[in-house]
Design a protein around this ligand. Structure first.
Ligand SMILES: Nc1ncnc2c1ncn2[C@@H]1O[C@H](COP(=O)(O)OP(=O)(O)OP(=O)(O)O)[C@@H](O)[C@H]1O
Ligand SMILES: [Mg+2]
Length: 233
């Protein structure tokens, strides 16, 4: 069997935050590749650098050293305008706290992702509704975030991340606010995306129950990868 294509590759990625005179090393040399069709989990203690790594993988944050290649293209040194294009072209993001617009309906919140990419009108409405159908919210198009449960809001955020069919989906604690059944359903949706559509999915989680859905668990401690494998301890 041919090796799956590498969609995301980090090499020697380091990040040091500066707070006045204090330097906070958040990442200390991370090498990581994620293949098409793969679901990788990032696990590790609070403060170990998971969100920092996810942000750098997604070209939201620049590394202090090292490089991230997206579909084979190096991003080190690209100006912000180019990085924004890379993000729009290849990434979907699910962050902690949903980040939904409170005055927009579920459908409009999803449609924002298409609007940003120049997809408008009836086509955008249709695709947004399909994305909401896919996460089981086919009857909630017109609801405002305040009238949705935590799990439903999270699914709107997932629909928004998926609607533009990103090559790479990055999710930070997507199940943190969900009960275990809803959490499993959410992860199953993300797994389906990877397996059926050959995308890469990277999920930051503290939840060991999710490990069963992953191809690989990457353990990070103190800004370094300390283990990769199937087993979760
Ligand atoms: N913008 C920032 N400025 C300064 N320090 C930061 C910044 N962002 C993160 N850090 C520091 O970098 C380290 C890694 O933070 P990060 O948010 O990546 O951890 P995490 O593994 O996601 O933790 P958690 O599980 O609590 O979300 C921490 O020491 C944190 O305080
Ligand atoms: Mg974090």
């Amino acid at each position: 069997m041919a090796a799956a294509k590498t969609l995301l590759a980090a090499k020697g990625v380091a990040k040091t935050f500066r707070l006045g005179k204090v330097e906070v090393p958040a990442l200390r040399g991370v090498d990581l590749t994620v293949a098409a069709g793969e679901v990788a989990l990032l696990m590790g203690p609070s403060g170990s650098g998971k969100t920092t790594l996810l942000s750098i993988l997604g070209c939201i944050l620049s590394p202090s050293a090292g490089n991230v290649a997206v579909l084979g293209r190096d991003t080190a040194g690209l100006p912000e305008g180019e990085l924004a294009k890379v993000r729009l072209a290849h990434f979907g993001f699910i962050f902690q706290g949903y980040n939904l617009f409170p005055t927009l309906t579920a459908e409009e919140n999803v449609r924002v992702a298409l609007d940003l990419r120049g997809v408008k009108g009836g086509d955008a409405v249709e695709r947004s509704r399909q994305a909401l159908d896919a996460v089981g919210l086919g009857d909630k198009y017109r609801m405002l975030p305040r009238d949705l449960s935590g799990g439903q809001k999270q699914r709107v955020a997932i629909a928004r991340a998926l609607v533009a069919e990103p090559d790479i989906l990055l999710a930070d604690e997507p199940t943190a606010a969900l009960d275990s059944e809803t959490g499993k359903a959410v992860i199953a949706i993300l797994r389906e995306l990877a397996v059926t559509h050959g995308r890469s999915v990277v999920i930051v989680t503290h939840d060991p129950r999710i490990a069963a859905f992953a191809d690989r668990v990457i353990r990070i401690e103190d800004g370094r990868i300390v283990g990769q494998g199937q087993e979760v301890s």
